[in-house]
Design a protein around this ligand. Structure first.
Ligand code: AMP
Ligand code: ZN
Length: 477
């Protein structure tokens, strides 16, 4: 199997450290808000990676962290703690925020048929391991203390930018503005391992005792501590979105290698971004699209999964409603095709029939996925094979045993792609989704007469709307 390794900038033949077992670490969400569909694209890519490894016969030991402390509003250690900021805005406890959005995250994974990793570790449950790692860094001369925080000394670490291949000088310029945050920092690129409860963090709620006074961990140290706790060091594959290359993963490598003098992971894989046509996706920009937004507009989560799989994970993907609608049509067509084809009564004459096309399809499908997870090409192979089956069926040039074998091969393909092609989906047409959304806007504006009129209209069309604490849900009567 070939996988693209960001560290070497090459597609490499994958060889795990231990035969038949793969240690996989995938950076998880910062649980201060719902995941947006960009985040979810990355989790779909990682799910395909895990399923492909299983398909090729490996047992996968997958670990994911949940960031519930220490991720500041700027990745460069400035600003406020994202969770504490959200807690203030929502007037909830920071623990409630973490619990609520963690649950919402797992709900999204379930809807998208993303496998839940075997081990999940919340940053706040791994503080002793993080403290232990920081102490190792002190012992090895990579950590230092200022009046505000404990930092990693990037000046002491050889090859600090080996993953991003950035020039360290450019990096220093890039973070120059942030230097003023702590004038005692030795190098502009140095990053926090531990924040002390001083200045803007005086009243930080999440806090733990440490040899450097009460405080809380920086964002990057949790991944170094959690990955190594479950998988040892080195482990096989580490993944995330491309934004993690220059800061988060660069810092994880520095910490873990500084502590243990051996590589953190052998293969580093990164998913490209989902982008909007003209802008970045952001809560403040009012274009923060979640899975629920898609569902409210009449799409099924599988339509989004299919949309994502039609592109290669290393290519940027532009989201538009038109493109998603195209994916919906493509997905439903594929599914109908499969369901019709394999529900045909198998009463053909018992003639001999070559199984070669089935074997060829399985081979092509596998080759596509084993070529750095080329899901688009795997789907192409599936579509061609179904077309062939249809033609054979029309000409009755097929027998029951062929159809059974074909069905088995398609089921296997579906298991790897996770598209639930053999299951019924309840499709909500997009005009119904639009009406539900319009009704939500009326309700938000307290225009209840208009909202009720829309509910009645939906009812007449055969749809029931339920108002839940998470917003309106629509289903067929
Ligand atoms: P966060 O919750 O911000 O830590 O991000 C969770 C995951 O989503 C990380 O692996 C990010 O690299 C990834 N990510 C963030 N924005 C996007 C995007 N627009 N498209 C794809 N992945 C993203
Ligand atoms: Zn991480």
């Amino acid at each position: 199997m070939l996988l693209y390794n960001t560290l070497t900038r090459k597609k490499e033949t994958f060889k795990p450290l231990k035969a038949k077992r793969v240690g996989l670490y995938t950076c998880g969400p910062t649980v201060y808000n719902y995941a947006h569909i960009g985040n979810l694209r990355t989790y779909i890519f990682e799910d395909i990676l895990e399923r492909t490894l299983i398909f090729s016969g490996y047992a996968v030991n997958r670990v994911m962290n949940i960031t519930d402390v220490g991720h500041l509003t700027s990745d460069a250690d400035t600003g406020e703690d994202k969770l504490e900021k959200e807690a203030k805005e929502e007037k909830k406890s920071v623990w409630d925020i973490a619990r609520f959005y963690t649950q919402a995250f797992f709900h999204d994974l379930e809807l998208l048929n993303i496998r839940i990793p075997k081990h999940i570790g919340a940053a706040t449950d791994f503080v002793p391991q993080q403290l232990d790692l920081i102490q190792k860094l002190f012992k090895n001369g990579y950590a230092y203390e200022t009046s505000n925080a404990v930092y990693f000394d990037t000046g002491k670490f050889k090859d600090y930018t080996k993953l991003s291949r950035q020039n360290i000088k450019d990096l220093s310029v890039g973070v120059r503005d942030e230097v003023i945050e702590d004038p005692e920092k030795r190098n502009p690129a140095d990053f926090a391992l531990w924040f002390k409860l001083v200045g803007k963090f005086k009243n930080h709620i999440m806090r733990w005792k440490s040899p450097w006074g009460e405080g809380f961990p920086g964002w990057h140290i949790e991944c170094s501590a959690i990955s190594t706790s479950f998988l040892g060091q080195p482990f096989d594959i580490h993944t995330g979105g491309i934004d993690h290359i220059p800061v988060h993963h660069t810092n994880e490598i520095a910490q873990s290698e500084g502590a243990y003098h051996k590589p953190l992971a052998i293969y580093w894989m990164h998913g490209e971004f989902l982008v909007l046509k003209d802008s970045r996706m952001g809560k403040s920009l009012g274009n923060f699209i979640t899975l629920k937004t898609l569902m409210d507009n009449g799409f099924h989560p599988m339509h989004y999964r299919y949309f994502v799989l039609m592109a290669h994970y290393r290519s940027p993907l532009t989201f538009t409603w038109e493109a998603l609608d195209g994916a919906r049509i493509g997905y439903e067509k594929l599914k109908n095709n499969i369901q019709t084809l394999f529900s045909e009564p198998a009463d053909f004459p018992k003639t001999e029939f070559s199984e070669k096309p089935v074997l060829e399809f399985s081979k092509k499908f596998k080759e596509a996925l084993f070529d750095d997870l080329n899901t688009a090409s795997a789907l192409g192979a599936l579509q061609l094979f179904l077309k062939l089956c249809n033609t054979l069926l029309e000409t009755k040039d097929i027998n029951a045993s062929f159809l059974l074998k074909a069905q088995k091969a398609v089921r296997e393909a579906d298991r790897v792609l996770g598209l639930n092609l053999f299951e019924e989906t309840e499709e909500i047409p997009s005009h119904i989704g639009h009406m539900v959304k319009e009704r939500e806007i009326y309700r938000g504006n307290k225009q209840f007469t208009q909202a009720d009129a829309l509910r009645k209209k939906l009812d007449a069309l055969g749809y029931v709307v339920e108002d839940t604490p998470k917003g309106a849900r629509v289903r067929k009567k």
